[in-house]
Design a protein around this ligand. Structure first.
Ligand SMILES: Nc1nc2c(ncn2[C@@H]2O[C@H](COP(=O)(O)OP(=O)(O)O)[C@@H](O)[C@H]2O)c(=O)[nH]1
Ligand SMILES: *[C@@H]1O[C@H](CO)[C@@H](O)[C@H](O)[C@H]1NC(C)=O
Ligand SMILES: *[C@@H]1O[C@H](CO)[C@@H](O)[C@H](O)[C@H]1NC(C)=O
Ligand SMILES: *[C@@H]1O[C@H](CO)[C@@H](O)[C@H](O)[C@H]1NC(C)=O
Ligand SMILES: [Mg+2]
Length: 480
């Protein structure tokens, strides 16, 4: 099960022509139906997320060795500083500490937030956090990915195990840090902190700040101050919950902050009341943040994508692992280059909840409809570059073996995940599949899936490849 935001992702269908479009009758009906789903799914998710808080398991890689500041030898810190000038040694006092406060530098300001949705939604959220850090001149501090769809028994995975953080901060030319570099992950010390409560200023269903297991994992006891309601992008509109980057940025500066202070909520553990921290600024939830209109990530102008997202590359370890899966799928020998392929993401499974009684066979796009999109992508690659790309690699959350057989009958390839979980852990099937998606010479995705949306952006930005999204919901949804 998972968080409400997966269902709210459906709203992109209604957003293309701006807020006025939300108000048509059909859309109101859709939105009302979605609200129901959100409420019913939300409770279960919250239950799952709060019944299990396994300790983070952090295994060491080269990355960690470069960042070993617990007792850095002179050589190590020189190597680290030379390779990674915006790394922790430039922005923190030292290695991870028991209380995060011991590690903050007096001359540096920081910003943080938490995640509480599907993995890709959480990637969007961290991209938003980093962009907000850039426009407020604050060092973003990123927490771990939480296993919302993976299962409550699975430990969180550090952001830096998935994404190449040193490469990101070098490309950005500014610091981006992880919480594990700030506060010792095994510390049991509970830090008090004041944060902004954005959630209650933008939606009317939940009378509390957005909940996230990240704050438990980080051992933070938070006193929340409700943000002013003018931060909401579409005033008083209950069917959207976005804010703009700059409305949140205003709260990061002294005048608006001072004007906006109201009595904080006492913290749950220590019963302390604190105004929003000025040194480590924090907001409860940054998924629903855009520059100008809701759900912006798939629009060409999205500043979060253009200024941050495109620079967020996979770790070399994840890319290498993915290459072994692609080689095996295509039958490419280890010493030969991987031939170009078109990648496909078919999002099924819980998306059934959006079919609203339409039988799955008529709701999800059938394979011939997907194949039509593959031909378009293939033709466009040929037109653009003269390359003929014949290989197709399919990734999906589908569990129906007959469907996978039909995929194989089309001559399409698939990664073999039969022992991925046992070998690498439960995070790795989606991590490898997302990496495969991003490596396509062209991409065919599933409309409304954030995983597909970001894969499409990566293929455009990293492979200069054409992309298509398959529409679904009715038998003729993708007719065009
Ligand atoms: N292994 C694998 N998992 C997938 C795939 N598609 C979806 N999932 C799982 O379902 C989750 C979808 O949630 P999210 O990432 O928020 O994307 P969205 O729900 O499609 O917008 C992923 O994070 C995966 O855990 C896939 O192609 N392969
Ligand atoms: C970090 O440094 C300490 C002390 O020098 C050493 O014991 C430890 O093994 C190092 N860890 C890594 C990952 O290099
Ligand atoms: C929390 O603190 C307030 C103010 O100091 C006090 O009035 C209240 O009784 C405390 N509540 C609990 C549960 O300790
Ligand atoms: C599995 O997929 C096949 C082919 O797409 C379909 O005919 C069958 O009904 C599916 N089975 C289930 C249980 O959904
Ligand atoms: Mg999602």
């Amino acid at each position: 099960m998972d968080s409400d935001t997966r269902y709210e992702d459906k709203w992109p269908a209604a957003r293309a022509t701006g807020p006025a479009a939300f108000l048509s009758r059909r859309r109101l009906a859709l939105v009302a139906w979605l609200a129901l789903v959100i409420v019913s799914v939300g409770g279960l998710t919250t239950f799952i997320m709060y019944t299990s808080h396994p300790a983070a398991q952090i295994t060491e890689t080269m990355d960690d060795v470069l960042r070993n500041h617990t007792h850095p030898s002179t050589t190590q810190s020189h190597v680290a500083a030379a390779l990674d000038p915006f790394g922790p040694s430039s922005a923190l006092r030292g290695g991870p500490t028991m209380s995060f406060r011991e590690n903050l530098r007096a001359d540096t300001k920081y910003i943080t937030s938490w995640v509480s949705a599907g993995w890709t939604n959480d990637v969007f959220t961290y991209i938003n956090l980093i962009y907000l850090g850039i426009i407020t001149d604050r060092v973003p501090i990123i927490a771990e990915f939480i296993p919302s769809h993976i299962g409550g028994h699975v430990p969180p995975i550090p952001f830096g195990k998935v994404f190449d953080v040193p490469r990101l901060r070098n490309l950005l030319g500014t610091s981006v840090l992880e919480w594990r570099e700030l506060k010792n992950p095994s510390s049991t010390f509970v830090d008090d902190i004041g944060c902004w409560n954005v959630w209650e200023a933008v939606q009317y269903r939940e009378a509390y700040p957005r909940r996230s297991r990240s704050t438990e994992d980080l051992r933070l006891d938070i006193s929340y101050t409700q943000a002013p309601t003018w931060i909401k992008m579409i005033p008083n509109y209950e069917h959207d919950q976005h804010v703009t980057f700059w409305s949140l940025a205003r709260l990061a500066f002294p005048s608006t902050r001072a004007d906006s202070l109201v009595t904080p909520l006492p913290s749950p553990k220590h019963n302390v009341s604190l105004p929003p921290d000025e040194h480590l600024l924090c907001y409860d939830y940054l998924y629903y943040v855009s520059a100008h209109q809701p759900f912006e990530m798939e629009y060409d102008y999205s500043p979060a994508w253009r200024f941050v997202g495109q620079y967020l590359h996979w770790t070399p370890e994840l890319e290498q692992l993915t290459n072994t899966y692609v080689r095996r799928a295509l039958g490419t020998p280890e010493d030969s280059p991987i031939p170009p392929f078109i990648s496909i993401h078919v999002r099924h499974y819980d998306f059934e909840a959006w079919c609203r009684g339409v039988p799955i066979q008529e709701c999800f796009a059938p394979l011939p409809v997907i194949a039509r999109r593959v031909r378009e992508v293939k033709d466009e690659i040929f037109l653009r570059s003269g390359r003929v790309v014949n290989h197709v690699v399919v990734t999906s959350d589908e569990v129906n073996a007959t469907w996978w057989q039909e995929v194989a009958q089309l001559g399409w390839f698939t990664p073999d995940h039969s022992d991925t979980k046992e070998l690498y852990g439960e995070w790795y099937p989606p991590l490898i599949d997302a990496t495969i998606q991003s490596q396509g010479a062209g991409f065919v995705g599933t409309a409304l899936s954030t995983m597909s949306i970001i894969a499409a952006r990566r293929v455009e930005a990293w492979q200069n490849g054409p992309v298509r999204m398959v529409k679904w919901g009715t038998p003729d949804a993708d007719d065009h």
